[in-house]
Design a protein around this ligand. Structure first.
Ligand code: SAM
Ligand code: SF4
Length: 329
Protein backbone atom coordinates (compact mmCIF):
# COMPACT_ATOMS: atom_id res chain seq x y z
CA UNK A 1 0.00 0.00 0.00
CA UNK A 2 0.96 3.60 -0.51
CA UNK A 3 0.37 4.75 3.05
CA UNK A 4 1.63 7.92 4.72
CA UNK A 5 2.43 8.82 8.31
CA UNK A 6 -1.12 10.20 8.77
CA UNK A 7 -2.64 6.89 7.77
CA UNK A 8 -3.92 8.03 4.40
CA UNK A 9 -3.75 5.42 1.68
CA UNK A 10 -3.25 6.51 -1.93
CA UNK A 11 -5.32 4.46 -4.36
CA UNK A 12 -5.87 7.11 -7.04
CA UNK A 13 -2.99 7.57 -9.47
CA UNK A 14 -2.77 10.66 -11.69
CA UNK A 15 -0.43 10.18 -14.62
CA UNK A 16 0.70 13.15 -16.68
CA UNK A 17 1.35 12.00 -20.23
CA UNK A 18 2.81 15.24 -21.54
CA UNK A 19 3.42 18.79 -20.37
CA UNK A 20 2.49 20.19 -23.79
CA UNK A 21 -0.82 21.75 -24.62
CA UNK A 22 -2.72 23.18 -27.57
CA UNK A 23 -4.47 25.82 -25.42
CA UNK A 24 -2.95 28.58 -23.31
CA UNK A 25 -5.45 29.04 -20.48
CA UNK A 26 -4.51 32.27 -18.74
CA UNK A 27 -4.71 30.67 -15.28
CA UNK A 28 -2.39 27.86 -16.38
CA UNK A 29 0.38 29.04 -18.71
CA UNK A 30 1.67 32.09 -20.56
CA UNK A 31 0.77 32.94 -24.13
CA UNK A 32 4.14 31.84 -25.49
CA UNK A 33 3.86 28.41 -23.85
CA UNK A 34 6.60 26.92 -21.71
CA UNK A 35 9.95 25.26 -22.08
CA UNK A 36 8.57 21.80 -22.85
CA UNK A 37 10.22 18.65 -21.58
CA UNK A 38 12.63 17.12 -24.10
CA UNK A 39 11.49 13.84 -25.63
CA UNK A 40 14.23 11.68 -24.08
CA UNK A 41 13.18 12.97 -20.66
CA UNK A 42 9.60 11.75 -21.08
CA UNK A 43 8.72 8.28 -19.91
CA UNK A 44 8.12 6.02 -22.89
CA UNK A 45 4.79 4.26 -23.32
CA UNK A 46 6.39 1.06 -21.97
CA UNK A 47 7.74 2.88 -18.92
CA UNK A 48 4.37 4.45 -18.19
CA UNK A 49 2.59 1.12 -18.46
CA UNK A 50 5.19 -0.50 -16.23
CA UNK A 51 4.77 2.19 -13.57
CA UNK A 52 0.98 1.87 -13.69
CA UNK A 53 1.28 -1.92 -13.49
CA UNK A 54 3.46 -1.67 -10.39
CA UNK A 55 0.96 0.79 -8.89
CA UNK A 56 -2.00 -1.46 -9.63
CA UNK A 57 -0.61 -4.90 -8.94
CA UNK A 58 1.80 -4.17 -6.08
CA UNK A 59 0.63 -0.97 -4.44
CA UNK A 60 -3.17 -1.01 -4.33
CA UNK A 61 -3.90 1.63 -6.98
CA UNK A 62 -7.53 1.31 -8.07
CA UNK A 63 -8.12 4.42 -10.18
CA UNK A 64 -5.87 5.68 -12.93
CA UNK A 65 -6.43 9.10 -14.46
CA UNK A 66 -4.45 10.30 -17.44
CA UNK A 67 -3.88 14.01 -17.64
CA UNK A 68 -1.26 16.58 -18.58
CA UNK A 69 -0.70 19.11 -20.25
CA UNK A 70 -3.12 17.84 -22.81
CA UNK A 71 -3.19 14.03 -22.77
CA UNK A 72 -4.88 13.77 -26.18
CA UNK A 73 -1.62 15.11 -27.64
CA UNK A 74 0.19 11.93 -26.55
CA UNK A 75 0.51 9.80 -29.70
CA UNK A 76 0.43 6.47 -27.83
CA UNK A 77 -2.62 7.25 -25.69
CA UNK A 78 -4.96 4.58 -27.10
CA UNK A 79 -2.30 1.88 -26.74
CA UNK A 80 -1.45 2.95 -23.19
CA UNK A 81 -5.11 2.76 -22.18
CA UNK A 82 -5.49 -0.64 -23.82
CA UNK A 83 -2.56 -2.03 -21.89
CA UNK A 84 -3.66 -0.50 -18.59
CA UNK A 85 -7.17 -1.87 -19.11
CA UNK A 86 -5.67 -5.36 -19.44
CA UNK A 87 -4.08 -5.21 -15.98
CA UNK A 88 -5.34 -7.43 -13.18
CA UNK A 89 -7.10 -6.22 -11.11
CA UNK A 90 -8.41 -3.87 -13.74
CA UNK A 91 -8.29 -0.26 -12.57
CA UNK A 92 -10.96 2.29 -13.41
CA UNK A 93 -9.50 4.50 -16.12
CA UNK A 94 -10.36 8.14 -16.71
CA UNK A 95 -9.01 11.11 -18.60
CA UNK A 96 -8.89 14.84 -17.91
CA UNK A 97 -8.77 16.73 -21.19
CA UNK A 98 -9.53 20.08 -22.76
CA UNK A 99 -11.69 18.12 -25.21
CA UNK A 100 -9.96 19.23 -28.41
CA UNK A 101 -9.77 16.19 -30.66
CA UNK A 102 -12.12 14.16 -28.49
CA UNK A 103 -14.72 14.45 -31.25
CA UNK A 104 -12.53 12.17 -33.37
CA UNK A 105 -11.12 9.92 -30.68
CA UNK A 106 -13.86 9.31 -28.09
CA UNK A 107 -15.05 5.98 -29.43
CA UNK A 108 -11.52 4.62 -29.98
CA UNK A 109 -10.67 5.59 -26.40
CA UNK A 110 -13.79 3.85 -25.12
CA UNK A 111 -12.97 0.73 -27.15
CA UNK A 112 -9.48 0.77 -25.65
CA UNK A 113 -10.98 0.66 -22.16
CA UNK A 114 -11.40 4.27 -21.06
CA UNK A 115 -14.27 4.52 -18.57
CA UNK A 116 -14.86 8.24 -18.12
CA UNK A 117 -13.74 11.71 -19.08
CA UNK A 118 -13.58 15.11 -17.43
CA UNK A 119 -13.59 17.88 -20.01
CA UNK A 120 -12.52 21.37 -19.05
CA UNK A 121 -14.76 24.15 -20.30
CA UNK A 122 -15.00 27.50 -18.54
CA UNK A 123 -17.47 29.38 -20.69
CA UNK A 124 -20.31 29.05 -23.17
CA UNK A 125 -19.27 32.23 -24.98
CA UNK A 126 -16.82 31.68 -27.86
CA UNK A 127 -15.29 35.15 -27.45
CA UNK A 128 -14.69 34.59 -23.73
CA UNK A 129 -13.27 31.13 -24.53
CA UNK A 130 -10.82 32.78 -26.91
CA UNK A 131 -9.83 35.35 -24.31
CA UNK A 132 -9.33 32.68 -21.64
CA UNK A 133 -7.52 30.07 -23.74
CA UNK A 134 -5.98 32.32 -26.41
CA UNK A 135 -7.29 29.93 -29.05
CA UNK A 136 -10.44 29.80 -31.19
CA UNK A 137 -11.43 26.24 -30.34
CA UNK A 138 -14.72 26.58 -28.44
CA UNK A 139 -16.70 24.57 -30.96
CA UNK A 140 -14.14 21.74 -30.88
CA UNK A 141 -14.62 21.38 -27.14
CA UNK A 142 -18.41 21.29 -27.46
CA UNK A 143 -18.05 18.64 -30.19
CA UNK A 144 -15.66 16.69 -27.98
CA UNK A 145 -18.14 16.70 -25.12
CA UNK A 146 -20.94 15.49 -27.35
CA UNK A 147 -18.77 12.70 -28.72
CA UNK A 148 -17.79 11.62 -25.20
CA UNK A 149 -21.43 11.41 -24.17
CA UNK A 150 -22.36 9.54 -27.37
CA UNK A 151 -19.50 7.09 -26.76
CA UNK A 152 -20.80 6.36 -23.27
CA UNK A 153 -17.80 7.80 -21.41
CA UNK A 154 -20.21 8.70 -18.65
CA UNK A 155 -20.81 10.43 -16.38
CA UNK A 156 -19.16 13.12 -18.49
CA UNK A 157 -17.90 15.74 -16.07
CA UNK A 158 -17.18 19.32 -17.01
CA UNK A 159 -14.52 21.25 -15.06
CA UNK A 160 -14.88 25.02 -14.96
CA UNK A 161 -12.61 27.66 -13.45
CA UNK A 162 -14.14 31.08 -12.88
CA UNK A 163 -12.03 34.21 -13.27
CA UNK A 164 -13.14 37.45 -11.75
CA UNK A 165 -14.42 39.94 -14.31
CA UNK A 166 -14.01 37.40 -17.12
CA UNK A 167 -16.52 34.56 -16.73
CA UNK A 168 -17.64 34.81 -13.08
CA UNK A 169 -21.12 35.87 -14.21
CA UNK A 170 -21.58 32.57 -16.05
CA UNK A 171 -22.01 30.06 -13.24
CA UNK A 172 -25.83 29.72 -13.43
CA UNK A 173 -25.84 29.60 -17.23
CA UNK A 174 -23.11 26.96 -17.28
CA UNK A 175 -25.13 24.89 -14.84
CA UNK A 176 -28.36 25.23 -16.85
CA UNK A 177 -26.48 24.11 -19.97
CA UNK A 178 -24.77 21.21 -18.19
CA UNK A 179 -28.03 19.92 -16.70
CA UNK A 180 -29.77 20.21 -20.07
CA UNK A 181 -26.99 18.25 -21.76
CA UNK A 182 -26.54 15.60 -19.11
CA UNK A 183 -23.06 16.70 -18.01
CA UNK A 184 -22.00 16.89 -14.38
CA UNK A 185 -20.54 20.33 -13.79
CA UNK A 186 -17.83 20.98 -11.21
CA UNK A 187 -16.36 24.36 -10.46
CA UNK A 188 -12.70 24.45 -9.41
CA UNK A 189 -11.33 27.30 -7.34
CA UNK A 190 -8.40 28.86 -9.08
CA UNK A 191 -5.18 27.58 -7.50
CA UNK A 192 -1.68 29.06 -7.29
CA UNK A 193 -0.26 26.67 -9.86
CA UNK A 194 0.07 28.88 -12.92
CA UNK A 195 3.46 29.03 -14.58
CA UNK A 196 3.51 32.83 -14.41
CA UNK A 197 2.96 32.88 -10.62
CA UNK A 198 0.19 35.44 -11.14
CA UNK A 199 -2.35 33.96 -8.72
CA UNK A 200 -3.69 36.39 -6.13
CA UNK A 201 -5.85 35.15 -3.29
CA UNK A 202 -8.04 38.25 -3.52
CA UNK A 203 -8.78 37.68 -7.21
CA UNK A 204 -9.91 34.11 -6.71
CA UNK A 205 -13.63 33.45 -7.07
CA UNK A 206 -14.39 31.46 -3.93
CA UNK A 207 -16.64 28.43 -3.52
CA UNK A 208 -18.97 30.56 -1.42
CA UNK A 209 -19.34 33.12 -4.18
CA UNK A 210 -19.95 30.40 -6.76
CA UNK A 211 -22.67 28.82 -4.61
CA UNK A 212 -24.30 32.20 -3.96
CA UNK A 213 -24.37 32.88 -7.67
CA UNK A 214 -25.89 29.45 -8.44
CA UNK A 215 -28.55 29.93 -5.77
CA UNK A 216 -29.91 32.94 -7.65
CA UNK A 217 -31.33 30.44 -10.18
CA UNK A 218 -31.32 27.01 -8.55
CA UNK A 219 -32.15 25.36 -5.28
CA UNK A 220 -29.09 23.51 -4.05
CA UNK A 221 -29.32 20.82 -1.40
CA UNK A 222 -26.27 19.01 -0.09
CA UNK A 223 -26.15 15.57 -1.62
CA UNK A 224 -27.73 13.05 0.76
CA UNK A 225 -25.19 10.80 2.40
CA UNK A 226 -22.88 13.19 0.69
CA UNK A 227 -19.87 12.14 2.67
CA UNK A 228 -17.22 13.78 0.58
CA UNK A 229 -14.90 10.86 1.31
CA UNK A 230 -11.76 11.28 -0.69
CA UNK A 231 -13.62 13.06 -3.50
CA UNK A 232 -12.39 16.61 -3.77
CA UNK A 233 -15.76 17.92 -4.97
CA UNK A 234 -18.50 18.75 -2.51
CA UNK A 235 -21.74 18.05 -4.32
CA UNK A 236 -25.24 19.49 -4.29
CA UNK A 237 -28.46 18.28 -5.86
CA UNK A 238 -29.80 20.82 -8.33
CA UNK A 239 -33.49 21.61 -7.83
CA UNK A 240 -34.02 18.38 -5.92
CA UNK A 241 -31.93 16.22 -8.30
CA UNK A 242 -31.06 13.94 -9.91
CA UNK A 243 -28.75 16.51 -11.53
CA UNK A 244 -25.80 17.51 -9.37
CA UNK A 245 -23.21 20.20 -9.24
CA UNK A 246 -19.83 20.02 -7.53
CA UNK A 247 -17.40 22.57 -6.19
CA UNK A 248 -13.74 21.75 -5.70
CA UNK A 249 -12.67 24.27 -3.11
CA UNK A 250 -9.00 23.34 -2.85
CA UNK A 251 -8.15 26.75 -1.45
CA UNK A 252 -11.02 27.69 0.88
CA UNK A 253 -12.17 24.19 1.95
CA UNK A 254 -9.21 21.89 1.44
CA UNK A 255 -9.75 18.15 1.49
CA UNK A 256 -6.20 17.12 2.34
CA UNK A 257 -7.22 14.96 5.31
CA UNK A 258 -9.00 12.55 3.00
CA UNK A 259 -6.59 12.78 0.08
CA UNK A 260 -5.98 9.49 -1.71
CA UNK A 261 -3.82 10.76 -4.58
CA UNK A 262 -0.41 9.83 -5.84
CA UNK A 263 1.01 11.48 -8.93
CA UNK A 264 3.44 10.56 -11.68
CA UNK A 265 4.80 13.32 -13.92
CA UNK A 266 5.53 12.83 -17.61
CA UNK A 267 9.25 12.69 -16.79
CA UNK A 268 8.88 10.01 -14.16
CA UNK A 269 8.78 11.92 -10.89
CA UNK A 270 6.43 10.75 -8.14
CA UNK A 271 4.68 13.55 -6.28
CA UNK A 272 2.63 13.10 -3.14
CA UNK A 273 0.68 16.35 -3.62
CA UNK A 274 -0.13 18.93 -6.30
CA UNK A 275 1.45 21.52 -4.04
CA UNK A 276 4.50 19.53 -2.97
CA UNK A 277 7.83 21.28 -3.35
CA UNK A 278 9.75 18.04 -3.60
CA UNK A 279 9.38 14.98 -5.79
CA UNK A 280 11.02 11.59 -6.10
CA UNK A 281 12.78 10.53 -9.26
CA UNK A 282 11.71 7.06 -10.35
CA UNK A 283 12.87 7.47 -13.94
CA UNK A 284 16.54 6.96 -13.09
CA UNK A 285 15.95 3.63 -11.29
CA UNK A 286 13.49 2.62 -14.00
CA UNK A 287 16.23 3.16 -16.59
CA UNK A 288 19.03 1.58 -14.63
CA UNK A 289 17.58 -1.87 -14.20
CA UNK A 290 15.64 -1.60 -10.91
CA UNK A 291 13.27 -4.48 -10.28
CA UNK A 292 9.52 -3.99 -9.82
CA UNK A 293 9.98 -4.60 -6.08
CA UNK A 294 12.66 -1.90 -5.90
CA UNK A 295 10.49 0.60 -7.79
CA UNK A 296 7.54 -0.22 -5.53
CA UNK A 297 9.69 0.33 -2.43
CA UNK A 298 10.88 3.72 -3.72
CA UNK A 299 7.29 4.73 -4.51
CA UNK A 300 6.20 3.77 -0.99
CA UNK A 301 9.01 5.83 0.51
CA UNK A 302 8.03 8.78 -1.69
CA UNK A 303 4.47 8.72 -0.31
CA UNK A 304 5.31 8.01 3.32
CA UNK A 305 6.45 11.57 4.02
CA UNK A 306 3.35 13.27 2.57
CA UNK A 307 2.54 16.41 4.53
CA UNK A 308 -0.72 16.82 6.43
CA UNK A 309 -1.92 19.57 4.14
CA UNK A 310 -1.16 21.65 1.08
CA UNK A 311 0.00 24.59 3.21
CA UNK A 312 -2.13 26.96 1.13
CA UNK A 313 -3.51 28.57 4.26
CA UNK A 314 -0.08 29.26 5.63
CA UNK A 315 1.24 32.77 4.92
CA UNK A 316 4.62 31.20 4.22
CA UNK A 317 3.12 29.08 1.40
CA UNK A 318 5.43 28.83 -1.58
CA UNK A 319 4.16 27.78 -4.97
CA UNK A 320 5.82 24.62 -6.35
CA UNK A 321 8.39 25.16 -9.08
CA UNK A 322 6.48 23.04 -11.54
CA UNK A 323 3.26 24.53 -12.88
CA UNK A 324 0.01 22.55 -13.00
CA UNK A 325 0.50 21.70 -16.68
CA UNK A 326 3.78 19.92 -15.90
CA UNK A 327 2.53 18.21 -12.75
CA UNK A 328 -0.68 16.86 -14.21
CA UNK A 329 -3.83 18.49 -12.93
N1 SAM B 1 -5.35 20.00 -20.39
C1 SAM B 1 -6.29 19.22 -19.66
C2 SAM B 1 -7.47 20.06 -19.21
O1 SAM B 1 -7.40 21.29 -19.30
O2 SAM B 1 -8.44 19.46 -18.76
C3 SAM B 1 -5.70 18.49 -18.47
C4 SAM B 1 -4.69 19.22 -17.63
S1 SAM B 1 -5.33 20.67 -16.80
C5 SAM B 1 -3.88 21.19 -15.93
C6 SAM B 1 -6.37 19.91 -15.58
C7 SAM B 1 -7.38 20.81 -14.92
O3 SAM B 1 -6.70 21.77 -14.17
C8 SAM B 1 -8.30 21.58 -15.87
O4 SAM B 1 -9.63 21.36 -15.49
C9 SAM B 1 -7.91 23.01 -15.66
O5 SAM B 1 -9.00 23.88 -15.81
C10 SAM B 1 -7.40 22.98 -14.25
N2 SAM B 1 -6.48 24.05 -13.94
C11 SAM B 1 -5.37 24.45 -14.61
N3 SAM B 1 -4.76 25.47 -13.97
C12 SAM B 1 -5.50 25.71 -12.86
C13 SAM B 1 -5.40 26.63 -11.77
N4 SAM B 1 -4.43 27.52 -11.70
N5 SAM B 1 -6.34 26.57 -10.81
C14 SAM B 1 -7.35 25.67 -10.86
N6 SAM B 1 -7.50 24.78 -11.85
C15 SAM B 1 -6.59 24.81 -12.84
FE1 SF4 C 1 -3.81 23.33 -21.40
FE2 SF4 C 1 -5.34 22.26 -19.55
FE3 SF4 C 1 -3.51 24.16 -18.93
FE4 SF4 C 1 -5.65 24.87 -20.32
S1 SF4 C 1 -5.64 24.03 -18.24
S2 SF4 C 1 -3.51 25.43 -20.79
S3 SF4 C 1 -6.02 23.08 -21.53
S4 SF4 C 1 -3.09 22.11 -19.65
Amino acid sequence: MLIDTYGRVATDLRVSLTDRCNLRCTYCMPEEGLQWLAKPDLLTDDEIVRMVRIGVTDLGVKDVRFTGGEPLLRPGLVGIIERVAALEPRPRISLTTNGIGLGRTASALRDAGLNRVNVSLDTLRPDVFQAMTRRKRHQDVIAGLEAARAAGLTPVKVNAVLMRGVNDDEAPELLRWAVENGYELRFIEQMPLDAQHGWQRGDMVTAEEILDSLRTRFTLTPEPNGARGSAPAERWLVDGGPARVGVIASVTRPFCRACDRTRLTADGQVRDCLFARTESDLRAPLRSGATDAEIAALWKTAMWGKKAGSGLDDPSFLQPDRPMSAIGG
